[in-house]
Write a protein that binds this ligand. Structure first.
Ligand code: DAH
Length: 339
């Protein structure tokens, strides 16, 4: 193509692109000029047959045209893709309307509960410690006095990895890691992800969060534990929430308790969320078993401590009235914007 013809082609191409009124028309222009079998690839291919004095100019013009046309087509495509910003609408653009500012994000309810829990325990002198999601069976079970025949070690409940490690089923192994690396007194909370082979339903998820607490010193009592969890309950749920402790069993605490909060939704009179009982199970807790102290090299004769672990999702659900745990993971903006 000689320079004269190319100049005409360029003018036509730009005009056709500007005039295209539908996405299909835009695409047709693109195919004609820029497509694999279109005019411009052909011009480039035939460049060697162009008269020597025009060759450089033809090459340069073809290249700028390709770029310009591609940009023009792109902006036409954007203008035409709905959004009320088509050529016709932009002529009647109402500049008196208030602008659309960027939307602020909101904190995820799980993050909000973790941050608040850490702040509440922080006021009682707890600092944050963290541990790995991929754990050794030693830290997740054995050092926590959980023997191999315990149901939680079952293939069905735990995600085992090929190298013999596992995805931690609880935040309790962080207790072990902290005690292995520090001497008493220890006062920590550890928020984090946990993993279990649970079938997902309204209240279960294979991936969930816990916050663990550990206080070790020389004269720690069950009364200290009760006071700590009661303070937490009132700070987190409000002054009217009642707290109760029931005897329970955990391999790593003796004695062990479960801690319930009165149902935040029905104030204890019984509803769907608390399954009619008026109470919601929030935490497992107890006095650290002397065998755990032995494992980490603390003297069980002189060391005392309490530990507790609770589900973050459970707290978020009753605090915000979230009826289904899956809502917390779907990242549906209509849900997230409410917080
Ligand atoms: N790790 C336990 C669970 O996931 C919860 C728990 C119970 C944690 C008692 C503790 C504790 O620290 O002392 O069910």
């Amino acid at each position: 193509m000689d320079l004269e013809t190319l100049k005409k082609t360029v003018a036509e191409g730009l005009e056709e692109a500007g005039a295209a009124q539908t996405a299909d028309a835009v695409e047709a222009v693109r195919i004609t000029y820029l497509g694999r079998k279109g005019l411009m690839p052909q011009v480039m291919k035939e460049l060697k047959t162009v008269a020597p004095e025009e060759k450089a100019e033809v090459g340069r013009l073809a290249n700028t045209f390709k770029k310009e046309l591609a940009e023009l087509l792109e902006s036409r495509r954007e203008e035409l893709s709905g959004d009320g910003k088509g050529a016709a609408e932009s002529a009647t653009f109402d500049y008196t309307l208030p602008g659309r500012g960027p939307r602020r994000g909101t904190r995820h309810p799980i993050s909000a509960v973790i941050e608040e829990a850490v702040a509440i325990f922080g006021r009682m002198g707890f600092t944050v410690a963290e541990g790995p999601d991929v754990e050794t069976p030693y830290h997740n079970f054995e050092a926590l006095n959980t023997p191999g025949y315990h149901p939680s070690m079952d293939r069905q409940d735990t995600f085992w990895l090929d190298d013999g490690k596992l995805l931690r089923t609880q935040t309790s192994p962080v207790q072990i890691r902290v005690m292995e690396s520090r001497t008493p007194p220890v006062r920590i909370v550890t928020p984090g992800r946990c993993y279990r082979r649970d079938t997902t339903d309204a209240t279960h998820s294979a991936n969930f969060h816990q916050i663990e607490g550990l206080y070790v010193d020389s004269q720690v009592s069950l009364a200290d534990l009760k006071g700590t969890l009661a303070y937490f309950a009132h700070e987190m749920m409000g002054p009217d929430v009642a707290v109760r402790f029931r005897p329970h069993f955990f391999p790593f605490t003796e004695p062990s308790v479960e801690c319930d909060f009165s149902c935040h939704v029905c104030s204890g009179s019984g509803c769907r969320v608390c399954k009619g009982s008026g109470w919601i199970e929030i935490a497992g807790a107890g006095m650290v078993d002397p065998r755990v102290f032995e494992k980490v090299g603390y003297d069980p004769e002189t060391t005392t401590g309490y530990a507790f672990g609770m589900g973050i999702e459970r707290i978020a659900m009753i605090r915000y009235g979230i009826p289904d745990i899956r809502l917390l993971y779907e990242n549906d903006m209509r849900f997230l914007r409410q917080f």
